[in-house]
Ligand binder design. Sequence first.
Ligand code: NAP
Length: 326
Amino acid sequence: MGAYVGGWLATAPEVEVLLVGRQRLADAVAAEGLVVSQGAREERVRQVQVATAAAALAESDVVLCCVKSRDTEAVAKELTEILRPEALVVSLQNGVRNPATLRAALGAERVLAGVVGFNAVLRSAHEARQTTDGDLELEQREHESARRLYAALRAGGLSLTTHRDLAPRQWSKLLINLSNAVSALSGAPTKELLVQAGYRRILAAVLREGIGVARAAGQPLARLRGLPVGAVPMLLRAPSWIVRLALGLKVDPKARSSMAQDLERGRPTEVAYLNGEIVRLAAEHGATAPLNQRLVELIRAAEAAGGSPSLGPEAFWTALHEREDP
Ligand SMILES: NC(=O)c1ccc[n+]([C@@H]2O[C@H](COP(=O)([O-])OP(=O)(O)OC[C@H]3O[C@@H](n4cnc5c(N)ncnc54)[C@H](OP(=O)(O)O)[C@@H]3O)[C@@H](O)[C@H]2O)c1
């Protein structure tokens, strides 16, 4: 996500972009430039520098935090020692805890929450491609660097909306991200999850449970693509052609959730910050969320096994309703 958003930002006038990433990214971008693409739009961006240590961010006005949730605390600590006091830090991460983690280390005024409503994948070490449509949503802040950031993102061609209260959107996005575990355990591309009624039955059940927990906790939720969140599980149970028509989703056949990509690469996933968040919220309100709890268990088992069990719809439904031995 950092390479994708950073790449388009670098195409905006008067914006200097520095990526902080691993050596493999630095080497590939130095050799080939950074390639970003969305639909038929593609840019090879040569004016992007890549550093491998956060110290390179010392003079930055704005830092976009695009690490996985488990790394946020460590990154926040590093940034407190490096950044100028007026620098702004923006979380473009999934889950609902990352802005608070950054604020605890850096101070509330310096951190903006963000929600990324689309998916992006690395096609190779230096090529980042957007694979579903959707907006970038940021907290609205009267801050000079924030205003410049909004303008630069739009000038770079990203579809941006800003909001005074982002929490209902963060929670609605979290509910949608409950499906990442289904994507990872099935190994199926996003498009197939939406096309196959057997997978949609699973997505609907998991989402319905999540919505119930959020409502019981009194958490306001934003509409999703114009639909009340509560209507989405109902829609998922409708015939495939209605789902496609109603969601109006443009999904690349190769689109896969970042959790599926993590499992494939043998990396730990963000399941604790997504399905695990629903389990925690339920427990805080004296309730349970057995389906999301089970997804956490299944993902943990897949992480330990080093890859996706590639569950088909029937086997998945059965596994979802089994209980771990006490
Ligand atoms: N990808 C999407 O489509 C998408 C969509 C919406 C939201 N998001 C959210 O965006 C966030 C990032 O996701 P992603 O898919 O871009 O993850 P990712 O592919 O794992 O990218 C994060 C990169 O940061 C690197 N990194 C971590 N700590 C670092 C450090 N201290 N210094 C330098 N590099 C460091 C990681 O390297 P290592 O792997 O070697 O640690 C990894 O290459 C997540 O919260 C995700 O949920 C992603």
